[in-house]
Design a protein around this ligand. Structure first.
Ligand code: HEC
Ligand code: HEC
Length: 474
């Protein structure tokens, strides 16, 4: 069973957010395609009529604009996002793994954090380091307000929409150490990469790129307040940052600035830079019947009906609202305490074995642009993803490691016990083969590609020429 509570919670949130108004409008318009009322049998429903009925049913409505943050806040956030000064060893920025040159991800199945060399898929692990346990998700549309962050949902928030400060109620690994004043769940998320040893913080005894002792690595794991204050001390030692923080937060004395201000600025930048909601499918939702091809419409209809994708990927973002097990192969170093496996979902419940291997149902807008796919980057293409769904047991038992980076192939957990455990946890209705033909599988992929906003294809213009620390941007 899908956990319905999360759906209900999201529905409540939708009604509180600008999206909610649009949803209600769509519901009010439901059935406006009906042509009945005349004499004789009604004509058979057209493809558009059938598809529009499904869009209403699954809450697929146009997305409203974000309330823009002040330019000074976005400017600060952009500098911080690209600045390696935030990492203990001064060698990694947010953009290292969420690069505009790789559509806000890194083109790797599993990311590579501090201590490495190279960029993108040419990035090489440093001696004694390991891959991050999970795939770097795209940040496209991350600020639109889905309530769970990370593949396991360990950061969540059901507060007000971006820009609506003070109302949010967050759940994060930091518990009571989380400072107040975070504007939204994306800002709450931005508190954590700097605390992660593998991604940005580094290990005790590390030296930065200049040979200095890495002081950000000194606090024990879990000493969040100490890490955040060390990171702020670093940033505010740079005059250009003091000026940027003062411009962004004019009411806050420099001595009262905390990492939450940095996180709010980063989130404002993510919203301003990475929101892309003008895909052909958006124009179709806005009632332009000619915005997408017949093939894409056929794929969309399959998505909502025979292929059952919308049971999990529903709503304006086609996901983001619930957790489920889609029978994905396990690979990577795993996540404690279950390493080398990754049990996923971390919502603070302890459940029976059946609850293992559940991950956040990812939103699918612009999904074409951020391969590889799934929590561990197990699939290199959308074609591989739809073939997986068509017969999960068969796909899992014959998983093709050759689609993985050679360095990750040895980290595939393909033993019989693991595969059986994954299958046992998979959503029961997914265990039956879908029986889709190759033509239908292709139509599904054509539909998924119609969710791409063309403006998101080339984001290279977002990369600044330089950042306040003077460290290299790439
Ligand atoms: C070493 C690579 C790396 C760096 C550096 C990094 N991230 Fe990530 N990011 C990841 C990975 C991997 C995940 C998924 C982790 C998980 O789900 O457990 C992630 C998840 C996220 C998410 C959640 C997206 C979602 O849909 O749930 C956001 C937002 C994000 N990162 C923003 C940032 C910001 C902001 C920074 C800089 C402060 C940053 N990241 C630095 C690799 C990285
Ligand atoms: C039972 C719920 C469920 C159903 C049904 C479902 N999905 Fe998913 N989908 C998920 C979950 C959960 C994930 C993430 C799984 C993971 O990473 O382990 C996912 C991941 C994906 C991804 C990868 C996105 C990314 O950013 O990596 C795509 C693409 C996708 N699904 C498309 C589809 C399509 C197409 C269908 C129908 C054929 C479908 N899904 C049916 C739950 C579902």
């Amino acid at each position: 069973m899908m956990r319905k509570y999360s759906t209900c919670r999201f529905a409540r949130r939708l009604c509180a957010a600008p999206l909610g108004a649009v949803l209600l409008l769509a519901v009010a318009c439901q059935g406006s395609d009906d042509t009945g009322g005349g004499v004789g049998p009604p004509p058979p429903p057209t493809l558009d009529t059938q598809l529009r009925a499904q869009l209403s049913r699954w809450g697929v409505v146009p997305i409203g604009a974000l309330t823009p943050a002040r330019p000074e806040v976005i400017d600060l956030g952009r500098a911080l996002f690209f600045d390696k000064e935030l990492s203990g060893n001064r060698d990694v920025s947010c953009a290292t793994c969420h690069s505009p040159l790789a559509n806000t991800a890194d083109a790797l199945s599993l990311s590579i954090g501090t201590g490495a060399t190279g960029t993108g898929s040419a990035r090489t692990l440093g001696a004694g380091r390991q891959f991050t346990p999970r795939n770097a998700p795209t940040l496209l549309n991350v600020a639109l307000g889905f309530p769970y962050m990370f593949w396991d949902g360990r950061v969540s928030g059901f507060g007000g929409p971006p820009g609506n400060s003070g109302q949010a109620n967050f759940r994060t690994p930091a518990g009571a150490a989380l400072p107040v004043g975070l504007t939204n769940v994306v800002a709450a998320q931005a508190m954590f990469p700097v605390t992660n040893r593998n991604e940005m913080r580094g290990e005790v005894g590390d030296h930065d790129v200049f040979g200095n002792v890495n002081e950000l690595a000194t606090p024990d794991t879990g000493q969040y307040a100490a890490i955040w204050s060390a990171a702020m001390k670093r940033v505010l030692a740079i005059n250009a940052y003091v000026a940027k923080f003062n411009a962004a937060f004019p009411g806050v004395p420099t001595s009262s600035l905390g990492f939450q201000h940095a996180a709010n600025a980063i989130a404002a930048f993510e919203g301003a830079a990475f929101t892309f909601t003008n895909s052909p499918f958006d124009r179709y939702i806005a009632r332009d019947d000619n915005a997408i091809s017949t093939e894409a419409k056929q794929g969309a209809l399959l998505f909502f009906t025979k292929a059952r994708c919308s049971s999990c990927h529903f709503g304006p973002l086609f996901g983001g609202q619930s957790f489920s097990s889609a029978g994905v192969p396990q690979l990577g170093p795993g996540v404690a305490p279950n390493a080398p496996l990754d049990f996923g979902e971390d919502l603070g419940f302890s459940g029976p074995q059946a609850q293992r291997f559940r991950f956040r149902v990812p939103p699918l807008r612009n999904v074409e642009l951020s391969p590889p796919y799934m929590h561990d980057g197990a699939f290199a293409t959308l074609d591989a993803v739809v073939h997986h769904y068509n017969d999960i047991e068969k796909a899992l038992r014959s998983y093709d490691v050759s689609q993985l980076d050679a360095r990750i192939q040895p980290l595939y957990r393909g033993d019989d016990a693991t595969i059986t455990a994954i299958l046992n946890s998979t959503e029961p209705f997914l265990r039956q083969p879908l029986g889709l033909s190759e033509v239908e599988l292709h139509q599904l992929v054509v539909f998924l590609r119609s969710l791409t906003d063309p403006a998101a294809r080339d984001l290279s213009g977002l990369v600044p020429a330089s950042v306040p620390s003077g460290l290299p941007v790439r």
